[in-house]
Design a protein around this ligand. Structure first.
Ligand SMILES: [Zn+2]
Ligand SMILES: [Zn+2]
Length: 291
């Protein structure tokens, strides 16, 4: 847990974890022990087609979760449910929107996992009924297990088509080697309870990260980022292909800002540390922009 410059608590957690209940290499007890030792405040076991329950491991919150993997035609979808009041009743061959609908019936939240790894089509993302969260970074989708851990460009394109989801990061641990602990969220919540963490996630009070911590806000026409420990550079992303002032660098960067232009439709930022590890803010969408 991190306390920010205004005294807010940011709890650290991994919302996407596999165990021997499906294709992970550790049983849930050993997995929980590992994440507790890494300083995590919450964790969710999201085995394929197997729903875990909300509980507690030595003060670390365990949030109920499950991951459904389906094909719709030749399009691959991995959809994760969290905060479930009951086990969804789903069957192999169901459609992505049927999964979303059933997760919602169980009062759960919906995450579109690792869209780049899945080679998700942006127009198909925009056509999903409603997605609460999507992973801009997923560790196991990258080296040395696979090759597409970063989904930012894809999500930016989908955002231009109307896709709206809170950005998260997760390690999606399967192997407990080079994947565990390399992607997580900081969530600004009042307390470490399922309800408080859920509400904070849905509000977008979330920083997706591989390591760095940062605060951000929109103030008087500027998107501002503050990095308490400093970073190598801050990169702003907008809906336009060319913007002259989207990189802040030089020495150690503690504060960066981007002046929002009249034709920007969205702005977000990535904070890159000297070790290359990156943190990802949420989108700020601007109504009425022409892009
Ligand atoms: Zn998956
Ligand atoms: Zn997974």
């Amino acid at each position: 847990m991190i306390i920010d410059s205004k005294g807010n608590k940011w709890y650290k957690g991994n919302l996407h974890t596999h165990t021997t209940s499906s294709d992970g290499k550790l049983p849930s007890g050993e997995s929980a022990k590992l994440y507790k030792s890494l300083g995590y405040d919450f964790l969710s076991f999201t085995d394929h087609w197997i729903t875990s329950e909300t509980s507690d491991y030595e003060g670390m919150l365990l949030i109920s979760g499950v991951e459904y993997d389906v094909f719709d035609g030749d399009s691959c979808y991995h959809i994760v449910g969290h905060f479930l009041d009951e086990k969804p009743k789903l069957f192999l061959g169901c459609t992505p929107n049927e999964i979303i609908s059933e997760i919602r019936r169980c009062n759960g939240t919906v995450t579109l996992a690792h869209p780049a790894w899945s080679l998700q089509r942006p127009h198909e993302m925009a056509a999903l009924d409603h997605v609460d969260f999507t992973e801009i970074y997923n560790s196991v989708s990258g080296y040395p297990y696979s090759a597409r851990p970063y989904s930012g460009t894809l999500i930016d394109v989908a955002a231009m088509l109307g896709f709206r989801a809170v950005l998260t990061a997760a390690d999606d641990t399967h192997y407990y080697e080079e994947d565990a602990g390399r992607g997580f969220v900081y969530v600004k919540a009042d307390t470490l309870s399922p309800d408080s963490v859920r509400k904070a996630l849905l509000r977008g009070d979330v920083l997706a990260s591989e390591g760095p911590f940062a605060e951000w806000r929109v103030d008087n026409g500027f998107f501002k980022v503050h990095i308490p420990d400093g970073c190598e550079h801050v990169q702003f992303f907008t809906s336009r292909c060319w913007n002259p002032d989207t990189t802040s660098r030089g020495g150690t960067v503690y504060d960066a800002e981007y002046k929002i232009k009249s034709n920007d439709r969205f702005v977000r930022a990535e904070i890159v540390g000297f070790d290359g590890k990156t943190a990802y803010t949420q989108y700020h969408f601007i109504d009425g922009g022409s892009g």
